[in-house]
Design a protein around this ligand. Sequence first.
Ligand code: GSH
Length: 216
Amino acid sequence: MAYTLYYSPSGASMAVHWMLIEMGLAFEARLVDIDTGAQRDPEYLRLNPAGRVPTLTIDGIPRTESAALLMLLAERHPETLLAPAPNSPHRAEWLELMVFLANTLLPAMRDWFYADTDGEAQGAQAVQTLARRRIEAAWDRLDAHVADGRDYLIGGRLSTADFLAIMLMRWSRNMPRRATDWPHLGPYINRLRTLPSFVEVNAREGLSDWSNPPSA
Ligand SMILES: N[C@@H](CCC(=O)N[C@@H](CS)C(=O)NCC(=O)O)C(=O)O
C-alpha cells in the first residue's frame, strides 16, 4: 500500500504525520504550505475540494479529516495497537474521546483561529470569546481525565487519541491560557512530547516553538 500525506507544518495534518512516523510506515510527505495559500492550488483542490490539510492518499485515493485518518490507519495496521480493538474494554472510552476531540475541541479551535475569515470580521471577537470558552472547558475535561497521573489517555498505552489531543494542545501555545497551564495536562503533555516520534515530526515540519525539553 502507498501512502502520501499532504501536510502543512503545525496544521491538522501534524497528528497524522506524527502517527505515520510512530508506526514506522513508508510514506511520502508533500508540503502544502497554507501560509502561502497552496491549499487553494487547483491541483490540490482536485484532491481536497475543501482546500484544507490533511489529505492522505491511499493507493492513489484521497482521504481527508484528521481524526478519521488516524482511526483508519489504526484499523489498517492493527498490529501497531494504536486503537483499542472492537472487543476491548477501552473501546467505548476511546470512541467517546476521539469524537469529543474531533467534534467539540477541533471546531472550537478552528473558530478561534479562523473567526475573521470563516465568518464576518466584525463578529470575530464574539466568535473567539465563545471558542475560547469551549476550548478551556475541554482542557478542564481532559485535565480531570488525566488527574490520576496516567501516561496516555486511553487504556494505558499510546493511541490515536494522544496524537490528536497533543496536536490540539500544542495549538493553544499562544492562547491566553495554554493547555500546559492546567495542573494535570501539563505533566501529561511534557511526558508525551519526549516521545522520539514527536521530536521527529517537529524536526521534519521545521517546528521548534514547542520545544523539547519543553520551555513552555
Ligand atoms: N476537520 C478538518 C480540519 C482541517 C483544517 O481546518 N485544516 C486547516 C489547518 S489546521 C487548514 O487546512 N486551513 C487552511 C484553510 O482553511 O484555508 C480535519 O480535522 O482534518
